[in-house]
Design a protein around this ligand. Structure first.
Ligand SMILES: [Fe+2]
Ligand SMILES: [Fe+2]
Length: 193
């Protein structure tokens, strides 16, 4: 069984101050979304605390951990291994902090790119990572309001904004982000015009 106090102390000692402040923001925003939308507060808290644990792992460490766990190196992360920090944080959450709950592990693992058919905890962590109070970008206020009303509509709108940004940067788009957005549009039958 994990110990939340131990996790909090380890995260504080492990992260740079700016990343720690972001993590506190993700915890607070995730708690708020869980309260509004009936999420599991305990699971959401643990996932939020650990979601960026591997943010400062070196490329070598990331490669080593992924390969030791027989995980493929996705083309999107191949030249930017740090983008795999969610997957690595999830593996470390299991190894170092004895987190065995699959919903928590998947929420940590999928927080960067999202994933189709996410659980409530995954949806909350995906949104909280992009919308916590320290995030400053055009449109973030509207996205927050939307997420308070509907997690699915919040995710559709936030992933639209992420995809547009990445396209403009000339970056590849992870298919999980596209599949997540497609599946939510199909389920909710609302397209963003
Ligand atoms: Fe992250
Ligand atoms: Fe994050």
């Amino acid at each position: 069984m994990y110990d939340l106090i131990e996790i909090q102390n380890a995260v504080k000692a492990h992260l740079k101050p700016s990343r720690y402040i972001h993590t506190l923001g993700v915890v607070a925003f995730a708690e708020k979304l869980a309260e509004i939308h009936g999420g599991d507060l305990e699971k959401v808290r643990v996932a939020a605390w650990l979601h960026d644990y591997a943010k400062y792992a070196s490329d070598g460490e990331i490669l080593e951990i992924l390969m030791a766990n027989d995980l493929m190196i996705h083309p999107v992360v191949e030249n930017h291994l740090n983008l795999a920090h969610g997957q690595v944080s999830a593996l470390l959450a299991k190894e170092k902090f004895s987190i065995m709950d699959d919903e928590i592990i998947k929420a940590i693992s999928n927080h960067t790119f999202g994933c189709p058919h996410m659980t409530l905890t995954e949806k909350i962590i995906y949104l909280a990572d992009g919308l916590e109070e320290n995030r400053k970008y055009e449109g973030v206020e509207n996205l927050r309001e939307l997420a308070f009303k509907s997690l699915d509509q919040g995710i559709i709108a936030m992933s639209t904004s992420t995809i547009l940004y990445e396209l403009k940067q000339g970056h590849m788009i992870h298919e999980n982000t596209i599949l997540m957005r497609n599946s939510l549009i199909a389920e909710t039958k609302v397209e963003v015009s």
